[in-house]
Design a protein around this ligand. Structure first.
Ligand code: NAD
Ligand code: AKB
Length: 314
């Protein structure tokens, strides 16, 4: 068992729900504290109700539990952020800055502050988007992620804070529903398919986007956090690739299991967001610096999602 105490902020969200048990297996249940605005639906270990925009409340939690690692997952995602941009900016920036500052002042050893493919915009190459491509995001979410990446680099360079990050693609998982993103269709489609229901997709059939299965996303997170600091050449955020596919390709993969599966396309405001994002990602820096390799391709993701979701609807 490792000797650290981790605080996971945004613990009840899509990634937090899956990350908590992994961290608890590594550090011990009592050494992983979940924190969220919302209360958890089940008691799985230590939890505090926390608004991470409140720096004093965050400081109190860090001191009370002797926190040595923070995983900051609380954020307003791309589609939801466009409904109320000023609110999304304030929440995303205030929580990120609080985490960095509280970590610095309380000698927290490591911080994980994830970014997103949403940092890229129309002036980045759409295919094999490089690590250092121009960043001109079109969403308030993307703008806040670019700012948080730069603040992370600043805290690392100026204060020596060990802050690490990946630019997650759309994360696919079965444990919880996603929280207001543009890639959410790639999760909700499975819930409809296993119930033998047709699916109405808010993106067009040929919208290719980078995605990653949750197991890969968590392994990337934990491998990055375990990597020797000297190996890390990127202190903004690492590009991370899993798999890239279109809604039509995903529907075909589902039809291998449910031949009668039906999909209709009704693009809405999220189409423009998706169109501004990369199609495929060059993650060679992550591969080189800390040995990143994805394990889940589209057929494996599809099979795993269906196997885990089907029993939930029986
Ligand atoms: P989510 O929306 O599912 O969960 C976020 C959680 O944060 C929620 O449980 C919410 O209650 C909580 N929260 C919101 N405001 C808070 C506050 N002020 N204080 C404390 N908790 C608060 O998000 P997620 O999908 O789990 O994403 C986690 C992180 O990963 C985010 O930073 C997100 O930008 C990033 N990311 C996610 C994806 C993805 O596809 N899920 C892709 C790229 C990046
Ligand atoms: C979203 O669609 O907003 C997220 C992301 C890719 O950051 N899933």
């Amino acid at each position: 068992m490792k000797h650290d105490t981790c605080l996971v902020i945004g613990a009840n969200g899509q990634i937090g729900t899956a990350l908590l048990p992994r961290l608890r297996a590594l550090f011990g249940t009592d050494h992983v504290i979940g924190a969220d605005l919302r209360l958890p639906t089940a008691d799985t270990g230590p939890f505090v109700q926390l608004d991470a925009t409140n720096a004093q409340a965050l400081t109190d939690v860090v001191r009370r539990y002797g926190v040595t690692q923070i995983y900051h997952l609380a954020a307003i995602l791309s589609a939801k952020g466009e409904q109320n941009p000023v609110w999304a900016w304030n929440l995303n920036m205030q929580t990120a800055l609080n985490v960095l500052e509280v970590a610095r002042l309380n000698e927290v050893k490591k911080v994980f502050l994830p970014s997103s493919i949403a940092v890229f915009g129309q002036h980045a190459p759409a295919f094999d988007t490089p690590q250092t491509a121009y960043l001109d995001p079109t969403t308030v979410y993307g703008i806040s992620k670019v700012a948080a990446e730069n603040w992370s680099l600043y805290y690392h360079q100026r204060y020596g804070l060990d802050v690490r990050s990946v630019r997650y693609p759309g994360v696919i998982s079965y444990e919880t529903l996603p929280g207001g993103g543009t890639t959410d269709y790639a999760v909700t489609i499975f819930h409809e398919a296993v119930q033998d229901r047709p699916f109405e997709c808010f993106l067009s059939a040929d919208t290719r986007l980078p995605m990653i299965y949750m197991d890969d996303a968590l392994r990337a997170t934990l491998e990055l956090m375990e990597a020797p600091a000297d190996n890390l050449s990127v202190r903004t955020s690492y590009n991370l690739a899993g798999v890239s596919f279109t809604p039509a390709e995903l529907a075909d993969a589902i039809r291998v299991h449910f031949p009668a599966f039906q999909i209709q396309y009704k693009p809405d405001y999220r189409q423009a967001i998706a169109d501004s994002w990369p199609r495929t990602i060059d993650d060679s820096a992550a591969r080189q610096d800390w040995g990143w390799r994805p394990a889940y391709d589209l057929p494996r993701i599809t099979e795993t999602m269906i196997a885990n979701l089907s029993p939930m609807y029986q």
